[in-house]
Design a protein around this ligand. Structure first.
Ligand code: GRF
Length: 205
């Protein structure tokens, strides 16, 4: 059985949906590890509830980013991790990890990429920007992770209709519902080798 590590920095609601999908046998892989960027986050509680091991990786515990990256990679190897799903992970994934898991890391973003992505575009900032744009659709995107924020190839995306009166908070709620639907579906595609990488890669300039 392939093993998945989920990386999270917050409440962990997307992580929980992945755990539920595994429990219901919708995903033929084991969610084997949570990497948390801080102690005391909701995601750690989710890991406890679903019997998933968790490890905290805080930059301040290491004397350099190389040391941090090496320790993180060693931990992923220790758990024999095959795939990584970022679920509300705020740090950039270091190139050493991207290189060690080619086309095997996915992220969920709470908007329709390539719009409303990039550095600083996370959490409430994204929904605020969508609201400000006046667009009447938003959505969620699952993409492969490379060394830049929110730039990897899109593997799954779904829209949600917005109303004129929706506040950024309402937009966030609508989008989260879509995230919870498509993230388990995207992870299933990845672990079951259902992604046509040649097709998506042939479109890149
Ligand atoms: C989600 O909106 C996700 O798209 C973004 O961070 C948020 C994490 O929420 N990357 P949760 O911790 O999964 O509840």
């Amino acid at each position: 059985m392939k093993k998945v590590a989920v990386f999270a920095s917050g409440r962990g609601s997307n992580f929980e949906q992945l755990c539920i999908a595994q429990k219901n046998k919708k995903i033929s892989a084991q969610i084997a590890l949570l990497i948390a960027s801080k102690p005391d986050i909701g995601a750690i509680e989710v890991a406890q509830n679903y019997g998933v091991s968790s490890r905290v990786f805080q930059g301040k515990a290491y004397s350099s980013s190389d040391e941090y990256n090496d320790a993180l990679l060693a931990c992923l190897n220790e758990y024999s991790i095959d795939f990584i799903a970022l679920a509300g992970w705020l740090k950039l994934i270091p190139p050493t990890i991207v290189e060690a898991f080619p086309d095997r890391i996915i992220n969920i973003h709470p908007a329709l990429l390539p719009m409303f992505g990039g550095k600083g575009m996370y959490g409430a900032h994204v929904h605020q920007a969508v609201w400000q744009s006046g667009m009447l659709v938003s959505g969620a995107t699952v993409h492969l992770v490379d060394a830049e924020y929110d730039r990897g190839m899109i593997i799954k995306q779904e829209c949600v209709a917005l109303d004129f009166n929706d506040t950024p908070e309402i937009i966030a709620k609508k989008v989260l519902k879509v995230e919870h639907k498509i993230y388990p579906e995207a992870l299933k595609m990845l672990v079951e080798n259902k992604i046509d990488f040649n097709n998506i890669k042939s479109r890149k300039k």
